[in-house]
Write a protein that binds this ligand. Structure first.
Ligand SMILES: [Zn+2]
Length: 223
């Protein structure tokens, strides 16, 4: 999977958190980080390994490693009396396992390592095109990635808009913190909302740049 790990993690974490406000921000931050954390092995893959080992064969892509690590953290938090942070451990574990599941769609993941070297994947992507990444982009699995990205963007925008849509007049007035007052108050409200939405747009551009950067680095690796 190329671009949908973090959007999928966002959707999963929002589903886990639901309407519960406790640790909401921390849970979202944890989910976004851990949804891509296994791919940190790309740094080792590029800078040190050189690249001799398959990127999905590192321990960072080993489900049993993460299960054991989460169990150890959960035990440590219980013994320390910090049970309030246990939810974050489960959010992190759920996101890592989601990452590995999504990787399993079109790549080999050793779900039972170190007890078995068996590799599991859902579909084989035939090597028909050059450069290699065109095989992935022109496969239906990439359409599924795009669908996840669109769904996450939709949920994110709706959540940011209070769940009522960005462009309804009522929501604009409600978000700006003003009631339906005189024209100058409403103008002021509109300016505040435009500023707020342009910040969001800049964030989207940032996310786009990160995705593009990640994709370019993968393409560079394949040279
Ligand atoms: Zn991965």
């Amino acid at each position: 999977m190329f671009i949908a790990h973090q959007p999928a993690g966002y959707l999963l974490t929002r589903g886990i958190v639901g309407k519960r406000q406790r640790l909401r921000r921390a849970a979202l931050a944890t989910g976004l980080i851990f949804s891509v954390l296994p791919d940190l092995d790309l740094l080792y893959f590029c800078l040190i390994d050189g690249p001799r080992t398959l990127h999905h064969d590192f321990w960072t892509h080993t489900p049993l490693f993460w299960l054991a690590t989460a169990a150890a953290f959960a035990l440590a938090l219980r013994l320390a009396g910090w049970r309030q942070y246990l939810d974050l451990v489960w959010v992190a574990l759920a996101n890592v396992l989601l990452h590995l599941f999504l990787d399993s769609i079109a790549a080999d993941i050793r779900w039972l390592h170190p007890f078995s070297g068996a590799r599991f994947n859902l579909v084989e992507i035939p090597a028909r095109f050059q450069p290699w990444y065109l095989n992935f982009i022109l496969h239906w699995a990439f359409a599924a990635e795009l669908a996840i990205c669109v769904a996450a963007a939709w949920v994110w925008v709706r959540a940011g808009c209070g769940g009522g849509g960005c462009f309804s007049k009522d929501v604009w007035v409600k978000q700006s913190g003003h009631g339906p007052g005189n024209a100058s108050v409403q103008r002021h409200s509109a300016v505040r909302l435009i500023r707020r939405h342009s910040t969001r747009l800049r964030s989207l551009k940032g996310i786009g740049a990160v995705v593009l950067g990640a994709f370019s680095s993968q393409a560079w690796l394949a040279r």
